[in-house]
Ligand binder design. Structure first.
Ligand code: SF4
Ligand code: SF4
Length: 508
């Protein structure tokens, strides 16, 4: 039942209820499993609930309490005349209709579900026709997930840069022809698989909209759908994924820094970890709260990365993995580590990595070859999904510098040529397009410099932020791009000495 609440984003629905039902008296109808799970897992104290009613509560239960709320006998429900009855039953439509037509017919009491199930019946009713637009690969993947009896009819496909006239037995239309079909009402809209990891889904939707399709007729397929095990995709999951572009909200990627410090002191570390002298770990409580807040904002997150410093230094890593997968079950979850601590990890962590389908990326540094060879054997034995990035030749391991102390004149150019602009990172509830913005304060403190970063980050808990605004800001240059060079300076990798040098981190 808890997964059900997470799937339907109860957190977000609860916030909406709080706003809608401010200062209203509420009776919850249904004292069963759904309400029990809500009470056990969420703080719903902002709702003015005056009691809980259930058909099985008779007059003898009038002085009793359930989950801290007064029991209201069914026979007395209408007498209470609450402003609202929240129906805490999964299949609530018949009860709501029954209450509206009978018990509360003459009253102003609003009857509504405690948990709304969001469905896209209209899209899946089978009598609409669509053209799928995308690359050949994306279209193939879409076909493989939509072989579903209730899926709408596919009229044809439109494959960019591909001149073949038929695909999987479907006619291939150009984008112009697709628009013509749409304007002539021969198709109802388009399906847009957002399969490629690095694209900005929102900009693609915007482009298609400008081309002439109405937003409500564009159905983007979130990338997280493609990461799911196709044979396990339920009809319900699919129907929730296919929302029209007005309701689409997927964050492409977010990186969490689980530890500020690191057990390896690479000179020029792009996160400035060697400059952090005090041990500093992200707590599970803060991580959980960040994840919950992200879920309020985004239906899906395509990829979540856990890194540091060194993420294995954080003993709560296992709990964090489990919680992330509970809240975002379809995300591509990975950890990025230097691997050194793996031999010291408990079996429990390996089980968690395996059971939650976590991908482990290990970067091998030149002084760690022997240990990483052992880690290679260990991870294979534990059946964990992993990839080791080894330098071709130990002497060849290079680090690059791009941060600079003076402003450049063309931050736009720096941003659009910067691969790190899609490394969206969160640290201490602040987040930004890249990790530079949320870690440069470490360098400011250590070297006594003053790189301005404050206006380049967003506060995750800023109530004014919407998913759309966040994506918009993540897709455009930030002020800090003035302090980056588009030309990289390379140096041989080495361990920092006791006193880190400014020139290891910045172009001076
Ligand atoms: S291992 Fe990674 S996080 Fe640690 S100091 Fe080196 S570059 Fe930085
Ligand atoms: S500040 Fe801008 S240019 Fe520099 S790493 Fe971040 S996104 Fe890239």
């Amino acid at each position: 039942m808890k997964e059900y609440l997470i799937e339907f984003n109860f957190n977000k629905q609860y916030k909406e209820l709080v706003t809608k039902l401010k200062n209203k008296t509420i009776i919850v109808y249904g004292g069963g499993k759904l309400f029990e799970t809500i009470c056990q897992n969420y703080n719903i104290s902002e709702l003015n609930i005056i009691g809980v009613c259930d058909r099985k509560f008779d007059d003898n239960t009038a002085d009793e309490y359930i989950y801290g709320y007064k029991k209201i006998p069914f026979s007395k429900l209408a007498e209470y005349n609450p402003d609202c009855v929240l129906v805490a039953i999964i299949d609530n439509s018949l009860i709501i209709k029954n209450f509206q037509d009978n018990l509360f017919r003459e009253s102003k009491t609003i009857i509504m579900p405690f948990l709304k199930r969001i469905s896209q019946k209209e899209f899946f009713n089978g009598d609409k026709k669509f053209v799928i637009i995308g690359t050949q690969n994306a279209i193939n993947r879409t076909f493989s997930i939509i072989e579903n009896e209730n899926f709408p009819a596919i009229y044809g496909v439109s494959i960019k840069n591909d001149s073949c006239c038929e695909h999987n037995g479907f006619k291939n239309y150009s984008l112009n022809k697709t628009l013509e079909l749409y304007k002539n009402k021969e198709i109802n809209g388009i399906i847009l698989p957002l399969y490629e990891v690095n694209i900005n889904s929102y900009l693609v939707i915007e482009e298609i909209e400008k081309f002439g399709f109405k937003k409500e007729d564009i159905y983007p397929v979130p990338a997280s759908i493609f990461q799911a095990n196709i044979s396990k995709l339920t009809k319900e999951r699919l129907s929730r994924a296919f929302k029209n572009a007005n309701n689409f909200n997927e964050l492409p990627i977010i990186k969490f820094l689980l530890s500020e410090h690191c057990n390896l002191n690479c000179a020029g570390c792009s996160h400035f970890a060697p400059l952090v002298k005090e041990k500093s770990l992200l707590s599970f409580e803060e991580f959980k709260s960040n994840i919950d807040r992200l879920k309020e904002l985004f239906e899906e997150i395509r990829s979540i990365q856990l890194l540091g410093g060194e993420p294995l230094l954080n003993k709560e890593l296992g709990k964090m993995i489990i919680y992330t997968k509970q809240v975002f079950p379809h995300t591509y979850l990975s950890i990025i580590s230097n691997g050194i601590l793996f031999p010291q990890m408990d079996d429990e962590l390996f089980t968690i990595l395996k059971e939650n389908n976590v991908m482990t990326y290990i970067t091998e540094y030149p002084n760690c070859k022997n240990i990483i060879d052992k880690v290679d054997v260990l991870l294979k034995e534990k059946n964990v999904k992993y990839l080791i990035r080894r330098p071709k030749d130990n002497s060849e391991k290079k680090f690059f510098k791009k941060y600079q102390l003076i402003e450049n004149k063309n931050p736009e150019e720096t941003f659009y040529s910067c691969p790190e602009r899609i490394c969206h990172t969160i640290n201490n509830s602040k987040f930004s397009s890249c990790y530079y913005a949320v870690t440069v304060e470490r360098a400011n403190k250590y070297f006594g410099i003053n790189i301005p970063w404050q206006d380049s980050v967003m506060d995750l808990y800023d109530k004014k932020l919407t998913a759309k605004e966040i994506i918009n800001r993540l897709s455009h240059p930030i002020n800090l791009c003035r302090y980056c060079s588009k030309d990289l300076q390379f140096s041989d990798w080495h361990i920092t000495n006791k006193t880190p040098k400014l020139e290891d981190y910045f172009i001076v």
